[in-house]
Ligand binder design. Structure first.
Ligand code: ZN
Length: 195
């Protein structure tokens, strides 16, 4: 064994003692990037684990609550953002694994990394959005369709922008939610050319 693998949890005091139970908290660092899509847990990101380990006849039943921070690229506006992430998994580590895909007790410990990795990767969002009402990109211009981006255009831009700016100037419902420093109700005002 190479050094101290943090994902290995000792179950020495649970072996062959059905009914025994332990609860433990752990904070681990992601050993590598988890996830291949638009959302991932980067290498080194802190992963909090709330573990419940129960001794059963067949082995040790591990129930885990996982909390970490997911980094993602918004599927609508393509901006990077981070969001809290939580997932649970439960896995039996058998003394004598009967199937190839069954986890086993190794000596006096169990290796939490495979089930933890699977649980996290499978629960990552396929199409993350930075916020539920993200307006995304304008299909014509590729620019952000947000209040702070829409307020900016000068007089020489595509007339579609002017129409959009006029729309923004109307109801102030959406503008109120955006943490923009621009005055929200003055769409098309050339004085606020900086976004
Ligand atoms: Zn977005």
């Amino acid at each position: 064994m190479a050094g101290s693998r943090v994902f290995q949890e000792s179950v020495r005091d649970l072996l062959h003692r059905p009914g025994e139970m332990r609860e433990r908290s752990r904070v681990l660092d992601a050993p590598e990037k988890l996830g291949e899509g638009l959302a991932w847990v980067p290498e080194g990101e802190a992963i909090e684990l709330e573990l419940r380990l129960e001794s059963v006849h067949e082995g040790v039943l591990v129930s885990a609550e996982v909390r970490t921070t997911v980094h993602a690229e918004c599927g609508r506006c393509l901006r990077d953002f981070t969001t809290p992430f939580r997932v649970e998994f439960q896995e039996l580590f058998a003394y004598t694994p009967s199937e190839a895909d069954e986890y086993g007790v190794h000596g006096d410990h169990v290796d939490l990394e495979p089930p933890l990795r699977d649980a996290v990767v499978l629960a990552l969002p396929f199409q993350p959005v930075c916020r539920p009402d993200c307006p995304g990109l304008d299909p014509e211009s590729g620019e952000l369709r947000e209040a702070e981006a829409v307020v900016a255009p000068g007089a020489d831009l595509d007339p579609r922008w002017a129409a959009l700016a006029g729309f923004e100037a109307g109801p102030s419902d959406r503008a109120g939610e955006v943490e923009a420093e621009d005055e929200p109700g003055s769409g098309g005002n050339p004085g606020s050319a900086s976004k």
